[in-house]
Design a protein around this ligand. Structure first.
Ligand code: 26V
Length: 809
């Protein structure tokens, strides 16, 4: 049906009538989306079942990617693309009077993630299915995704993201596969036939109900599963009636507390308010996910010793670390394994990715909280800790200091990263530099103890969403020039390099970029009523707002440029448009005040006729996956300016590179590897190196106030933050920002790197004047971006960590 346009048109209209009672003329865009989505969902049903059957019959090893976040965004366009039906459906709809892009806009983003970590999980799902691996996702079906951001009077305001309001055409509720998850209670211990038996009593029951989303692979008919768990009440209302009035309130309280488990995604990088609820969410995911994995394994009728041969469990950061003690619990208490056997199985099944070195982001749980909420799991963590510390002391009885640095439980806290490393067979960082810092700095003693466990897997992004879907014109040009093999072998993009000096190819690349800029400009015009010049440099920084990502340095630099233009009004300048998009964690005041600053500067700049035509500043509200797909293809310049050593990898950097933007960046995260491939000619590097930053942290020697005093340009913009004049609303508005730099000595070295940053921007501007040279660099960037396809990353996870191979259906 989807491969024949006429057939598609007829069945589509039939469905409209039979399901909604509407003709094509009466249908709304929302109706069209809904019918199309359901049709596709039903269409893939057969392949989905076929894939599962093949996995079962062939007894393939299954990978389960446990993650608290899956930032998948919209599915319609990508599913059509992967099914090879995009053109038929586009043309069919066109003939019925509908535009596919407009229909795609009807789909709410599935915003079940905060940022890079969640988006990485989504890219991995796409690559696993497209490369025909048996790999599934295991997550939570949050009723509300990451908050919707509104900018009101320059401030971020958070609204609930009610993404399920109109239903979700992609998911399948599987009530028959629900699982009981247990909280609280007391552990009873007794001896029986020479074995110690552990039984938890008086616990609270919660149902975990899975909602399965098909993950459709590109081209091959492979459909994997993203299983998202939803919490439901397990109390019987009939029982309540018998027990009378008092239990009625208990019932309501209980229901409320159950619902809250899968209600909200945590805006992760704020302070951990509602810690207990977050811990509940994590255990809920781990327990439900594992029990369901073991049910599937049980069908193979193999001994548990074979589990590591048939199942790999990967934990995306430490959030799902409880899979380790939970798997131990299930193996010991329910499957009859002894401790040593269970430990051997667990540590050959679980692998772990670390996504950040920031110490404030390393998870710790108060012992009391874990012990009360999860009494049996806590006993197991204690035992793991006891045995681990015992092993350390046995190696060296004087190693008490080492023990306190490495223990899983220390100072009344459970350290999740330590538990994750001790309980898994592989620990990986997400970019070369990050992994080195992990091994030689933050987790050094663990690396010394278990060197064989540590490895690097540089992140990647799916070129299907981020190039083929987001930038169809560029994809077409690529395929016309080098054929279509790059789609299944993204490294082949390298063959584009030979066009870097080809004048007509350069021109076409720049034309496509201009087209994308025009589209973004019209989006901006429609949303904000501001006209931007498509011939200006589109300079973009879009990502979560955080001190270390240094959006502040960017906006201070914009203020500096504004001052320059005002001081020298007749000087020739390359017109520039600075575009920001960022959400700040609701409790992170400094970040929110940086958003306000960006908006205040934008207002001042955009309404000043004197700089008009030379400078524009935009803050695009509610940055999300679908907005990223509009912005990134239109960027000329990608801002990747984190304090060196702080950004584990970054993945936005790769998306911009793949769409032909040039990067201005520090030697941080995956920028280092981009630079290895591109060289100084095709990337604009500046700023402190990570060793220099580390040296400053260790030995001191940096005084932000000195820089402030010595550089008049910097002094001027800093003073503008707190004095009434061009940018300040009232004097205290940006006091916090000012103090963070000058009173708290600029933790992220904004002033230290400012001069180099400004200088590099000026150099970049000069290159832009030579459009041919710019185009050539842009082409080199695209050509090397294949290296950062998540297909390459997933192939390495598959062979080095999980030990799986593609499955032929
Ligand atoms: C969490 C927190 C929590 C407390 C306050 C500060 C803070 C800062 C950052 C985070 C992020 C934790 C994990 C995370 O999202 N890491 C991101 O993972 C991406 C995928 O590997 C990677 O590209 C990003 O560089 C990394 O920040």
């Amino acid at each position: 049906m989807f491969n024949n346009k006429e057939l598609f048109k007829t069945s589509f209209q039939e469905q409209l009538v039979s399901r909604l009672g509407k003709s094509i003329e009466e249908a709304t865009a929302g109706d069209i989306y809904k019918i199309l989505g359901s049709l596709i969902r039903e269409y893939v049903g057969r392949d989905w079942a076929e894939t599962n059957r093949a996995y079962k019959v062939q007894q393939e090893k299954q990978v389960y990617y446990f993650s608290m976040e899956f930032l998948i965004g919209r599915l319609l366009g990508n599913n059509l693309l992967n099914l090879g039906m995009l053109e038929t459906v586009r043309e069919g709809l066109e003939e019925l009077g509908w535009n596919l892009e407009e229909v795609e806009e009807q789909e709410p983003d599935a915003g079940l993630g905060n940022g890079g970590l969640g988006r990485l999980a989504a890219c991995f799902m796409d690559s696993l299915a497209s490369l025909q691996y048996a790999g599934h996702g295991c997550g939570i079906r949050y009723k509300y995704g990451l908050f919707e951001q509104k900018i009101i009077d320059g401030h971020q305001v958070e609204l609930p993201d009610d993404w399920l309001q109109k239903g979700n055409v992609w998911e399948e509720r599987r009530a028959d596969k629900k699982i009981e998850v247990r909280f609280w209670g007391h552990v009873k211990v007794w001896e029986e036939n020479g074995r110690t038996v552990f039984d938890t009593v008086d616990y609270e029951r919660v149902w975990a109900v899975p909602y399965d989303v098909p993950v459709i692979g590109y081209g091959a008919g492979h459909v994997n599963t993203l299983r998202l768990w939803s919490a439901e009440s397990a109390m019987d209302p009939a029982k309540m009636r018998v027990e009378g009035q008092n239990s009625y309130y208990k019932f309501l309280d209980y229901n409320r507390s159950v619902e809250s488990i899968s209600e909200f995604l945590y805006p992760d990088d704020s302070g951990y308010e509602g810690k207990l609820l977050r811990l509940k969410q994590q255990y809920f995911l781990c327990s439900a996910g594992l029990i369901s994995v073991l049910r599937t394994f049980d069908k193979l009728k193999l001994p548990y010793g074979k589990l590591p041969e048939k199942v790999a469990i990967h934990i995306n950061d430490t959030h799902p670390t409880l899979v380790i003690p939970e798997l131990m619990r299930l193996l010991i208490d329910e499957k009859g394994c002894g401790w040593d056997e269970a430990w051997d199985i667990t540590t050959r099944t679980v692998s772990y990715t670390n996504h950040t070195l920031l110490s404030e982001a390393l998870e710790k749980w108060p012992v009391g909280m874990v012990r009360e909420l999860l009494p049996r799991v806590y006993m197991i963590i204690e035992e793991i800790n006891k045995r681990f510390c015992g092993m350390l002391l046995k190696g060296d009885p004087h190693s008490q200091d080492l023990v306190s640095r490495m223990a899983v439980i220390e100072s009344g806290q459970v350290k999740m990263a330590h538990l994750a490393i001790v309980g898994s067979y592989s620990v990986n960082g997400v970019a070369g530099l990050h992994t080195e810092l992990l091994k030689n700095d933050v987790m050094k003693p663990f690396y010394e103890l278990y060197p064989e466990r540590f490895n690097n897997k540089t992140n990647g992004i799916t070129h299907r969403r981020w190039l083929m879907h987001a930038n169809p014109e560029l994809s077409r040009l690529i395929s016309e020039s080098i054929g279509t093999r790059w789609i299944s072998h993204p490294h082949q993009l390298l063959r584009l390099e030979r066009f870097k000096d080809d004048a007509s190819f350069r021109e076409r690349v720049m034309d496509i970029k201009r087209g994308n800029k025009l589209r973004l400009a019209s989006y901006i015009k429609q949303k904000q009523g501001i006209a931007v010049d498509p011939d200006s440099i589109f300079d973009v920084q879009v990502k979560r707002l955080h001190g270390y990502k240094r959006q502040l340095m960017n906006i201070l630099h914009v203020m500096f440029l504004y001052n320059e233009i005002k001081d020298h009004p007749s000087a020739e300048r390359v017109p520039r448009t600075f575009i920001f998009g960022a959400k700040a964690a609701p409790g992170y005041y400094l970040a929110k005040s940086i958003i306000k600053l960006i908006n205040v500067v934008a207002d001042a700049v955009n309404k000043d006729a004197q700089v008009n035509g030379k400078l524009k500043v935009l803050f695009l509200e509610n940055y999300s996956v679908s907005l990223a797909e509009k912005i990134i293809p239109a960027a000329n310049v990608s801002e990747q300016i984190s304090t060196a050593g702080k950004e584990a990898s970054g993945t936005g950097n790769m998306k911009f590179m793949m769409n032909g933007a040039l990067t201005i960046g520090t030697l941080d995260g995956a920028n280092v590897e981009m630079h290895d491939m591109l060289g100084d000619d095709n990337m604009f590097l500046f700023g402190l190196r990570s060793e220099e930053v580390l040296d400053y942290y260790r030995y001191g020697g940096y005084l932000a106030r000195d820089v402030y005093r010595q550089d008049s340009r910097i002094k001027r913009v800093m003073d503008q933050l707190v004095s009434s004049g061009s940018f300040c609303c009232h004097e205290q508005e940006f006091g916090l920002i000012y103090q963070s730099i000058l009173d708290h000595n600029d933790e992220f070295f904004v002033l230290r790197d400012f001069a180099a940053y400004a200088k590099t921007h000026a150099a970049m501007e000069r290159v832009y004047l030579d459009q041919g040279a710019w185009a050539s660099k842009s082409i080199v960037n695209i050509a090397h971006a294949g290296h950062f396809s998540s297909d390459c990353t997933i192939n390495r996870y598959a062979s080095d960590i999980w030990g799986i191979r593609p499955v032929t259906l």
